[in-house]
Write a protein that binds this ligand. Structure first.
Ligand SMILES: NC(=O)c1ccc[n+]([C@@H]2O[C@H](COP(=O)([O-])OP(=O)(O)OC[C@H]3O[C@@H](n4cnc5c(N)ncnc54)[C@H](OP(=O)(O)O)[C@@H]3O)[C@@H](O)[C@H]2O)c1
Length: 262
């Protein structure tokens, strides 16, 4: 899913020169990607052929599959190739252990909005990533797809994963709850979903300005108005606490994934 989101985002940029060769153990999943833009993407039925000439090998498998995937590819890994993992939780030390020797490894935590080039990615480079060109290649891939945030401490990846990686799903969950309330109050469920959706899109558009979210919210909240009534209800129901629980749970899960895959 994340691989196709990245490919779809990259396919929107017809100017970039970087070429991607994609491999998956399910060839049928590659058909959609290969139809995107053939000059930029080739698909390979062979893992070896996919990576043997690569400058950067991007790993987009579930965290539980990462060590196995590395053990399958390490025999073909070109000496100069950087390994770039997008797996939640898995630390660079674990990846280097799977390779069996110190290796240039970077981590990226993109979010699903990379599909429309409005995403973001947190990046972290391991100590063996010393060649500036390697870093630039990683920055170029994700820089095409949205905002980049380079972390200086790998431990920050857990919270970056919770906010930036899982965050879109949390906002969507809020949207679903709003739509359910609208339907419960008598709207046609389809309309309720549409109204909740346009409200979300509108909020995202407002964030394109340089104003802080708090300033925008204050500006659009009239004293004693409907918005203020709703916001007070959210505060009384301890929304900040509920959100804190979600972020901490996602962060903890990232830490667990790191431990489970040591
Ligand atoms: N989804 C998000 O929003 C998001 C955000 C940030 C980061 N990520 C990270 O992105 C990574 C990929 O997640 P996803 O949801 O895109 O996973 P996914 O949909 O399961 O895609 C992974 C694909 O890789 C295949 N695969 C697994 N092991 C393989 C191997 N050894 N060789 C070749 N192919 C192999 C899988 O096959 P099977 O189906 O047979 O396993 C599957 O087709 C995860 O590590 C996740 O933490 C995801």
């Amino acid at each position: 899913m994340m691989a196709s989101a990245i490919a779809e985002g990259l396919a929107l940029d017809k100017k970039s020169a970087a070429h991607f060769c994609i491999y998956d153990r399910h060839p049928e999943k590659l058909e959609k990607i290969s139809a995107l833009w053939l000059e930029r993407f080739t698909v390979s039925a062979s893992l070896k052929d996919a990576i043997v000439e690569a400058d950067v090998v991007v790993l987009l498998v579930k965290p539980k599959d990462l060590t196995q995937a590395i053990s399958e590819l390490k025999a073909f890994l070109p000496k100069s190739a950087l390994l770039l993992s997008c797996a939640a939780g898995i630390e660079i030390a674990t990846i280097e252990k799977a390779v069996g020797k110190p290796w240039p490894v970077a981590r990226a935590m993109p979010n699903i909005a990379v599909r429309s080039k409005s995403g973001a990615a947190a990046l972290y480079f391991g100590k063996s990533c010393v060649i500036p060109r390697d870093r630039e290649r990683v920055q170029a891939i994700f820089g095409e797809l949205g905002e980049l945030f380079e972390l200086q401490d790998e431990q920050e990846f857990h919270v970056a994963t919770a906010l930036l990686g899982s965050g879109p799903a949390f906002y969507l969950s809020f949207l679903e709850s709003m739509a359910q309330s609208g339907a419960a109050l008598g709207l046609d469920p389809k309309d309720a979903r549409r109204f909740a959706r346009v409200a979300c899109v509108g909020a995202a558009a407002l964030l394109q300005s340089s104003e802080e979210p708090e300033e925008i919210r204050a500006r659009i909240t009239s004293a004693k108005g409907t918005t203020m009534a709703g916001l007070e209800a959210l505060q009384n129901a301890k929304l900040p606490h509920v959100v804190d629980l979600a972020i901490k749970a996602a962060c903890e899960r990232s830490k667990q994934l790191a431990q489970e895959n040591l």
